[in-house]
Design a protein around this ligand. Structure first.
Ligand SMILES: Cc1cc2nc3c(=O)[nH]c(=O)nc-3n(C[C@H](O)[C@H](O)[C@H](O)COP(=O)(O)OP(=O)(O)OC[C@H]3O[C@@H](n4cnc5c(N)ncnc54)[C@H](O)[C@@H]3O)c2cc1C
Length: 538
């Protein structure tokens, strides 16, 4: 980005060694000073408006914990090249969401099905550009949804339409709100800045491992709702869209589908079945399944941060663990420091776990899924097979738990020694406030999963002290790690193969995994529509 005689640059790889007692502000100050020195050395200019662009913690070596920074700055030099003399300095390319409007005429307002991250960002982008989208969401708005989930926790009466998977904000609302992603798309920083404008904390822009927390995310979703309405968009909650060869229907009324975005999420099994019956090309895809493990956060901090455990500037320890045996992997997934295990069921008669935390991450436990890759060959290589395999694990967990959404639990020691019945002694399982029942998970999960879990636990126990301690509880089952299917779409138009005007996007369509990548895919779908059609008010 070239401003009049000004260039915005990034100075990367600035390391600040952490010493006990240093505040976040102290550390940032040192980083900015170091960046200043680097800029003065590389240019005959001092650099202006220096600011932290990215900040990450490197705690791999407990004796030299350091923060690694990227600092952005403006230099008063005309810079028309991407690289400078110093390989740690480069031009800072910021993204905006620009669109070249199409000219085709829209006969009807675009439809967006689903108000999760993909649906939200798609609808907001369409509304901001004058396309007046109509959103249909099978679940409730945030407040009513929270009440439904609380009722489920209290009375074990699941609302299959509005729960931890379905409703305003989609699966992301009851989450840790971790905003990391593996996709390297310039739109990621646009999504972050939009989240900040909707009320997310400013520091998500610069933290290498940003998170929001469910308490703040709920407000962000409510603000997205208000923002959409104020921009001429419309949301219909408690309205499930059904699909048939005749088109899309809401409450039995046929919807105009000149342009319809399907941002359904990975748990819309009934809609997947309808799409298959309606002739959409849907393929199975690999996903993972396993259990959710819990440790005392303080013990994890001690094991991973040593004397720095409990240090507010460093925050809680986080882990990323994996092991591979042949074509199968076992890995930690969606780790929630200071969080809780949630009851993420969306279908009656199934028990599903996932993780959530508040912004403060002030829960006693840390939890994460330990998941094993499930391959299409494990379930007959069909989309229905992929869904039925998940469902079979969830209903087995429901049955072994006692049939009231109590979840099966087994300690690591019992699991590794083929026993069950031991109670966790130090860590109190958090699923539904401790609604667990001691079971043998080998009776619920197939051996290709339990074998890999055993391999993983033993390996992870060597990497983090106490990870595989005998009394550590594991609650099951974790099945909704990503979408079990992909709705095939054209690579350029993003329309479903054989169904022009229908735009499958986000996690449920099999093109994203996580909040950020789902939001980015929602933006891509919006851009595809806007680059074909002129704005509604044109
Ligand atoms: C408990 C939990 C914690 C998570 N933690 C994180 C995290 O920390 N970080 C992260 O990046 N990801 C996390 N995830 C994953 C993340 O939430 C998803 O990847 C993301 O929400 C996918 O976005 P999406 O918009 O594609 O789908 P979803 O968020 O699943 O939204 C789809 C929406 O479509 C609606 N819908 C479905 N079918 C229909 C229909 N027929 N008619 C109308 N509406 C319909 C659903 O009700 C839902 O609201 C978590 C998920 C869960 C469940």
């Amino acid at each position: 980005m070239e401003l009049q005689n000004k260039s915005k640059i990034l100075v990367e790889n600035i390391k600040v060694l952490y010493k006990p007692g240093m505040s976040a502000a102290d550390i940032d100050r040192i980083a900015l000073r170091k960046a200043h020195k680097k800029i003065s050395a590389a240019f005959d200019s001092h650099g202006e408006n220096l600011a932290v662009y990215r900040k990450s913690l490197d705690a791999r070596r407990r004796d030299s914990i350091k923060f690694v920074f990227s600092v952005c700055a403006q230099i008063d030099a005309r810079a028309d090249k991407r690289e400078f003399g110093d390989r740690d300095i480069r031009l800072c390319v910021e993204s905006d969401f620009s669109v070249n409007y199409g000219s085709a005429r829209l006969e009807s307002r675009p439809i967006v099905v689903g108000f999760g991250p993909a649906g939200i960002f798609c609808a907001l982008a369409l509304a901001k550009h004058g396309y007046c989208p109509i959103v249909y969401e099978r679940g409730e708005n945030v407040d009513k949804r929270v009440a439904s989930v609380e009722r489920f926790y209290k009375n074990h009466a699941l609302n299959p339409l509005s729960n931890i998977q379905f409703g305003a904000g989609g699966a992301g609302t009851f989450s840790d709100g971790k905003l990391m992603t593996r996709i390297n798309d310039p739109l990621c920083s646009y999504v972050l800045s939009e989240l900040v404008s909707l009320g997310a904390p400013q520091d998500i822009m610069s933290r290498a491992r940003p998170h929001v927390g469910t308490d703040i995310l709920r407000n962000v979703v409510a603000e997205a709702d208000r923002c959409l309405e104020s921009l001429g968009g419309e949301i219909h909650y408690n309205t499930k869209v059904s699909v048939s060869r005749g088109g899309l229907y809401a409450d039995g009324v046929k919807l105009p589908s000149q342009t319809a975005v399907l941002a359904l999420g990975h748990s819309a099994r009934d809609t997947y079945a309808e799409l298959i019956d309606a002739g959409f090309l849907i393929e199975p895809k690999p996903y993972s399944a396993g259990v959710r493990i819990e440790h005392l956060q303080s013990e994890l901090d001690a094991a991973m941060l040593g004397d720095f455990a409990g240090d507010e500037t460093l925050g809680h320890a986080e882990y990323n663990l994996s092991e591979r045996v042949g074509e199968r992997g076992v890995y930690s997934f969606c780790m929630c420091p200071g969080g809780e295990v949630v009851a993420a069921a969306s279908e009656e008669g199934g028990v599903v776990t996932n993780g959530m935390s508040r912004h403060a991450r002030d829960g006693k436990n840390a939890n994460a899924a330990i998941a094993v890759s499930v391959l299409p060959s494990d379930y007959g290589n069909t989309p229905i097979g992929a869904i039925e395999f998940q469902r079979s694990l969830e209903s087995a967990a429901f049955a072994f738990g006692g049939g009231d959404y109590t979840a099966p639990m087994q300690t690591v020691g019992d699991f590794l020694n083929g026993k069950y019945g031991s109670e966790p002694t130090v860590v109190s399982p958090t699923y539904m406030g401790g609604r667990i029942k001691s079971c043998d998970l080998h009776n619920i999960l197939p051996s290709f999963i339990t074998d890999m879990l055993e391999t993983g636990l033993r390996s992870f126990g060597k990497k983090i002290y106490g990870f595989d301690r005998a009394d550590i509880p594991m609650t099951g089952v974790e099945t909704r790690t990503s979408s079990p299917v992909r709705i095939m779409r054209d690579r350029d138009t993003l329309e479903a193969v054989g169904h022009s005007g229908i735009y499958p996007c986000g996690e449920g369509a099999g093109y994203a995994g996580g909040i950020i990548s789902a939001a980015v895919d929602g933006l891509r779908a919006a851009r595809a529509i806007m680059e074909k059609y002129a704005p509604f008010d044109a």
